[in-house]
Design a protein around this ligand. Structure first.
Ligand code: FES
Ligand code: FES
Length: 179
């Protein structure tokens, strides 16, 4: 058994230590907002936060994430400025890449609270086959303006030992869905 903390809940998973975190999230914990795209760390569809850093979960053996704070799209607060900006700017087209884009943007804005276009182009390396990049950029600027008081990355509740309850956020429901 490996113990991981996902969205402030302690989860015990019975998997091989080298199982990619992506598959633990999706297949063991049913947190299907995190998507599989390339499996080689290129597309960013699988982006989650580990200790507030954006990482590509297809490249992280679950054992490496043990004891660290993992946040998925389901754990990002509903009132997070990035989620609100994504809705306001109607960013998604098919939606598949968007949970990863949102997680990447949230971590990015935590480091670059007032980014220039060049910062966005350099740091937002997630791929969108629908070409929503101009709206992603607009949403990031919108979120930056509204993020004077950033929402916490996760809810304030202390970790508990109960199994996670998958949730569907407006952002994922409208754009990522359960795929
Ligand atoms: S699925 Fe992980 S980077 Fe593409
Ligand atoms: S919205 Fe379709 S891949 Fe990005």
């Amino acid at each position: 058994m490996i113990s991981i903390i996902v969205n402030n809940k302690v989860c015990e998973v019975d998997v091989a230590p080298d199982t990619p975190l992506l598959w633990v999230l999706r297949d063991q914990l049913q947190l299907t907002g995190t998507k599989y795209g390339c499996g080689i760390g290129e597309c960013g569809a699988c982006t989650v936060h580990i200790d507030d850093e954006a990482v590509r979960s297809c490249q992280v053996p679950v054992q490496e994430a043990a004891g660290k704070k993992i946040t998925t799209i389901e754990g990002l607060p509903e009132n997070h400025p990035v989620k609100a900006a994504w809705v306001a700017e109607e960013v998604p087209q098919c939606g598949y890449c968007q949970p990863g884009q949102i997680m990447q943007a949230a971590a990015f804005l935590a480091k670059f609270p007032a980014p220039a276009d060049g910062d966005i182009d350099k740091e937002m390396t997630n791929i969108c086959r629908c070409g929503t990049y101009p709206r992603i950029r607009s949403a990031i600027h919108r979120a930056a303006k509204g993020a004077a008081t950033p929402a916490p990355a996760t809810t304030a509740a202390a970790p508990s030992a109960t199994a996670p309850t998958p949730t569907t956020t407006p952002a994922t429901a409208a754009k990522g869905g359960k795929q």
